[in-house]
Design a protein around this ligand. Sequence first.
Ligand SMILES: Cc1cc2nc3c(=O)[nH]c(=O)nc-3n(C[C@H](O)[C@H](O)[C@H](O)COP(=O)(O)OP(=O)(O)OC[C@H]3O[C@@H](n4cnc5c(N)ncnc54)[C@H](O)[C@@H]3O)c2cc1C
Length: 546
Amino acid sequence: MSASSPGTQDSRLFDVVVIGGGHNGLVCATYLARAGLKVKVLERRAVVGGAAVTEEFHPGFRNSTASYTVSLLNPKIIADLDLHRHGLKIVERPLLNFLPLPDGRYLLTGGGRTRSEIAKFSAADAERYDDFGVSLSVVADALRDLALRPPPNVVKGLGLRSLRELTRAAAFGNSVRKLDLEQQRLFLDLFTMSAADFLSRWFETEPIKALLGFDSIVGTYASPFDPGTAYVLLHHAFGEVNGKKGAWGHAIGGMGAITQAMAKAAVEAGAEIETDAEVEEVLIERDSAVGVALKDGRFVRGRALAANLNLKLLYTRLLPASSLPPAFLTRMRQFKCGSGTFRMNVALSELPSFAARPGKEPEAHHGAGIIIGPSLSYMDKAYRDAKEQGWSREPVIEMLIPSTIDSTLAPPGAHVASLFCQHVAPELPDGRSWDDAREEVAELMVETVDRYAPGFAASVVARQILSPLDLEREFGLVGGDIFHGALSLNQLFSARPMLGYADYRGPIRGLYHCGSGAHPGGGVTGAPGHNAARVILRDLRPFALS
Ligand SMILES: Cc1cc2nc3c(=O)[nH]c(=O)nc-3n(C[C@H](O)[C@H](O)[C@H](O)COP(=O)(O)OP(=O)(O)OC[C@H]3O[C@@H](n4cnc5c(N)ncnc54)[C@H](O)[C@@H]3O)c2cc1C
């Protein structure tokens, strides 16, 4: 990685300047540099990776700071960028999920035991589980197909562009038409229904609905009873680990191992990466983006710019309002950003012993995604409490203890845990700042785990806290939105970020979207970066692409 000294002017003209060195920015940069373009990545933080980074948060204790578990990262991108050669190793979790219940029972899934575990609660639910998995995976397969393709864009008129979009719409339609009629109905259900209604069609008991329903509220400030949450569940099902569809895994060394491998691939391809380089303004000349002004006073010029940062941040803070079509700007201001998430990392002196499954010696359930959220109505109440009071007094938490499968993260015998807490308000009511509430809420999160694993609070040696405001300040995630914008139907596919701009091109010539605010949205997928690179290449090198 290179760094030109602050205060100097970079007189070179780059083909593409990428604003933000998150994983999508790095993926985009790599494809462009591989195609022979001169590419520069500018990252505001001291480390690349955006929300997918590993950092030391207490001496000897490292963990994925924000994003913490892998599945959605597209296998084509892993292969194209040769991430394994660049040091990436992903291992599957030994078991999928562990749901301890307040009455001392539990549900432990994965590793071939899911059906027998569900049968502890309902033989009928156990019977239906395989069919549910097959149905979900059929639709997830179709979605996976669509992830690496720009969605059809709505364009005016009948020119060449609209013809291209029609072809794209037909190709998109074909992916859905491959499904039989019943599967198409399921597709529609998953895009429109609430997770609660959807899951209730299959299952009668709460533990399995809660365990599956957690994925419908991840990063989504909504109740699982709200229409549209079934899609969020589906969004978390289109991944895979080492070829195993729907599985979740861990990158050895944490999520930063993914982005460090991507940075190596980008540099090997010839891209230049500069950290501690905050872009303050996008420069526009004669209605085209021509470069950026950095906070330290330097200018970097490019024939095109690819924006990896949150698009609401880009268009409301890095560009003068007068440079944008008013209707576009109004929509962008209305673009819904704001997950109900609160993220913590804790250093632990020992493993937690759960009341439902006692024991501090490492066991398979310690390596699973541990979900505190015993029923869908608990999750619904958590959302309603957060709306009224700023955060739920009984929050939903997923805890992962990655040090059980990755010894690089904590000293021997000690552990690190990720706490991904759902249902805090992106902005607190009554104008209260998250800075005044973060410690109190962090305490509540630890106490909540302690209720299920007595002694947990006493084992916490150190903690790192990221409130929604911290996520915005640290990573530029507006409203703490982990996906760069809600995954609601009006902000997905051809409507991401809005109708008319779904083709990775913004309203300003030469300014492209390569981050999670573009299709297919958030998660560590690499897909927006991949798709944007193809569009940019088509525009800059119209004859080089087949
Ligand atoms: C708490 C949390 C937990 C999550 N958990 C998971 C998970 O377990 N699994 C999963 O798949 N996904 C998860 N996600 C979602 C996923 O991490 C994100 O959707 C994804 O990382 C976004 O990648 P990106 O490259 O599009 O953008 P980002 O990672 O947001 O990268 C954008 C980059 O732009 C930089 N930037 C911003 N402004 C400027 C500027 N002015 N100048 C220069 N640089 C700038 C930022 O510093 C950042 O590096 C989680 C996210 C969060 C926040």
